[in-house]
Design a protein around this ligand. Structure first.
Ligand SMILES: Cc1cc2nc3c(=O)[nH]c(=O)nc-3n(C[C@H](O)[C@H](O)[C@H](O)COP(=O)(O)OP(=O)(O)OC[C@H]3O[C@@H](n4cnc5c(N)ncnc54)[C@H](O)[C@@H]3O)c2cc1C
Length: 262
């Protein structure tokens, strides 16, 4: 079985700063990590590999040269192969352009039975890239996967919903996006670290993956960021005092009446 896992290097913070002129993320000076949902996607791929000898797991990312460190971490966890899609022509891509590049990279990787992605990246936060890759490769997709089982040439998955889950059987090849309920990612192993040190990350540019440069990068991105800002923090709250719930409720009532809210 051949599995591809899409992984993204993200800033280790939820306080994202955005360049007001270009609308792109400012990454300088912020430590970078493997996107948490992608670690879960990778763990699922590695569990399949553990149970099905002969399975090969390839991790792929589109990003700047420093994303190579994250790919080495993925190999130290157990991935067999790693591909970095890196080119100035890809810089500034929005989700549509990003998925064009990644779909082209996956086509170059060749055969695949399952493509895993995280549900969402903690910086961009759109949850669009996984589904868009499936569309561009013309294969089925299931998002929000919280449970996974292989059955012959199909995956039987539980897809999380707001008020429960649905159980779906999907034919391979397919794209599955992982959520945190799916598993707990493993740590890197010493054997993995040594193997990662000996395995070279493949670095491919736009020409290598044969992507039309008119469909990638900032200029090709249909998303326009008109304005971006960090919302002002809310004022401090008020603690309603009282010895009993009844007294607290009475004090709340007084406070609301004083402010003419009720
Ligand atoms: C005009 C514009 C310019 C932008 N320029 C930049 C830029 O220069 N640099 C930048 O980092 N962001 C840039 N962005 C943000 C960019 O759109 C997103 O970071 C990127 O397309 C992924 O979207 P997301 O973070 O919402 O991922 P989501 O859709 O939330 O990610 C879901 C999953 O898809 C996979 N995935 C997502 N991105 C990648 C990736 N790069 N490689 C491999 N797998 C991936 C992962 O498995 C991830 O968990 C720009 C956005 C706009 C609108």
């Amino acid at each position: 079985m051949k599995i591809v896992v899409c992984v993204k290097q993200v800033p280790d913070t939820t306080e994202i700063k955005i360049n007001p002129e270009t609308g792109t993320l400012i990454r300088d000076g912020v430590p970078a990590i493997l996107n948490p949902d992608d670690a879960i996607a990778l763990e699922q791929a590695l569990q399949i590999k553990d149970e099905n000898p002969g399975t090969a797991v390839t991790v792929v990312t589109m990003g700047p040269p420093q994303a190579q460190e994250m790919l080495e971490e993925c190999m130290a966890m157990g991935a067999d192969d790693a591909v970095l899609l890196s080119d100035r022509a890809l810089g500034g891509s929005d989700t549509w352009a990003t998925s064009n590049a990644i779909a082209a990279g996956i086509k170059k990787i060749g055969e695949y039975d399952i493509i895993f992605a995280g549900r969402q990246a903690i910086d961009g936060d759109t949850a669009q890239v996984g589904p868009q890759i499936a569309e561009k490769l013309g294969i089925p997709q299931v998002t929000y996967v919280k449970n996974f089982e292989l059955q012959d040439q199909s995956a039987v998955v539980e897809r999380s919903l707001e008020d429960g889950y649905e159980k779906l059987k999907v034919k391979l090849p397919c794209v599955l996006t992982a959520i945190k309920e799916l598993n707990v990612p493993r740590y890197m192993s010493v054997r993995g670290i040594l193997r990662a040190a000996k395995t070279e990350v493949k670095v491919w540019n736009a020409a290598d993956i044969g992507v039309d440069v008119e469909t990638v990068g900032l200029k090709a991105s249909p998303t326009n960021v008109f304005k971006s800002f960090t919302p002002k923090p809310k004022g401090t709250g008020v603690k309603i005092e009282g010895d009993t719930p009844k007294e607290k409720a009475a004090n709340l009532l007084i406070a609301l009446k004083e402010k003419h809210i009720i």
